[in-house]
Design a protein around this ligand. Structure first.
Ligand SMILES: Nc1nc2c(ncn2[C@@H]2O[C@H](COP(=O)(O)OP(=O)(O)O)[C@@H](O)[C@H]2O)c(=O)[nH]1
Ligand SMILES: [Mg+2]
Length: 332
């Protein structure tokens, strides 16, 4: 393991690939690796990219990565698919499209699929991000298929969150979930070569204007940030709406520049620290939940849990009462 860690710190792609496989296969391996490497990280800009399937996220990420690499940066792409329990599966298309990057010396691409439980995938993704960070990658692009909670988890794991939309996916303002706007630092209308792009962009602009008043664009509610003693009054970020044609490389340079501006904004406003704190807290809480539940499963036999489920179905017991039983059993 120590040999592996040294190689990761030196940026060996093979060592990184091996570490990621170990993380995917076992929580204990993830713990062993992250506990040794964590102190080496803290420099990478973690960029989350989310949005509905087919919006062009992978194409866009591919283009962005090439630009990062052309500027001498080390860049990692992590494509996460919470909807697919099969390794590869839905992401195979991504792999094929990303082939032109697969041999680039400064670009590392990895896809991760769910093994059935979302929490596990989120934790594994966070661990993989720590590995890239320790291996001195400058930017880590995390692509997730928009699937509700997963988007929010990604946003909580990223410094900057890009939400990619495409025209014709319902131009109604209502069809674009408010939750999405809440997590977006940068909004992108991709497929700007298609009809209705301008209209989608205008709708988004309007929603940004409305949301601005209630503190969207920050992961933490305004009240909480005030509580933390931050003085953000003079510095605010207005979520920009950009248009791109990813498959033709149009608008990518502008997007790249805006991502850089957002990083500088985070650093100069104090928001970077606030987000680091938010990220760390979420990650710890998730790990704690996983640990508690694993410990619970160890202590209380499956048969006991099944019996209680049956009792609830028969209405001999209510769900709260059943959980009381389970909890008492656990504490004994
Ligand atoms: N017309 C058009 N097609 C695009 C654009 N960007 C991506 N595509 C195509 O849209 C399809 C879905 O792209 P993909 O990147 O896999 O979307 P993802 O599911 O969001 O990752 C692919 O066939 C792309 O070639 C664009 O700007 N304009
Ligand atoms: Mg994709």
């Amino acid at each position: 393991v120590n040999d592996l860690l040294v190689k990761i710190r030196n940026g060996s792609f093979r060592a990184i690939a091996r570490a990621i496989t170990q993380i995917e296969n076992s929580d204990d391996a993830a713990m062993a690796i992250v506990s040794k490497l964590y102190k080496d990280g803290g420099h990478a800009h973690i960029i989350g990219i989310t949005g509905p399937p087919g919006a062009g996220k992978s194409t866009l990420v591919n283009e962005l990565a090439q630009l990062f690499a052309a500027n001498g940066e080390m860049v990692a792409i992590v494509a996460v698919d919470p909807s697919s329990p099969f390794s590869g599966g839905a992401l195979l298309g991504d792999r094929v499209r990303m082939l032109d990057l697969s041999n680039h010396p400064r670009v590392f691409i990895r896809s991760m699929a769910s093994r059935g439980n979302l929490g596990g995938l989120a934790s594994a993704t966070a661990a993989v991000v720590h590995v890239f960070d320790a291996a001195h990658f400058d930017s880590i692009l995390v692509e997730t298929v928009g699937a509700g909670q997963a988007e929010v988890d990604i946003a909580n794991n990223a410094h900057s969150t890009l939400v990619i939309e495409a025209p014709g996916m319902g131009d109604d303002v209502q069809s674009i979930k408010a939750g999405i706007l809440e997590i977006a630092d940068i909004l992108v209308v991709n497929k700007a070569d298609r009809r209705g792009a301008m209209r989608t962009a205008k709708s988004l602009e309007m929603m940004v204007d409305m949301g601005q008043a209630i503190g969207f664009g920050h992961h933490m509610p305004l009240a909480l940030r005030k509580e933390m003693g931050e003085t953000l009054a003079s510095q605010t970020w207005r979520t920009p709406v950009l248009q791109t044609v990813a498959n033709k490389g149009e608008g990518i340079k502008e997007l790249y520049d805006v991502i850089g501006s957002h990083r500088r904004y985070l650093e100069s406003s104090g928001e970077w620290r606030a987000r680091e704190e938010n990220r760390s807290r979420r990650e710890m809480e998730r790990l704690l939940q996983e640990r508690f539940f694993a410990s619970f499963q160890d202590v209380v036999p499956e048969a006991v849990r099944t019996d209680l489920v049956k009792a609830v179905v028969r209405r001999e017991l209510d769900p709260y009462g059943a959980v009381n039983h389970l909890f008492e059993r656990y504490k004994r």
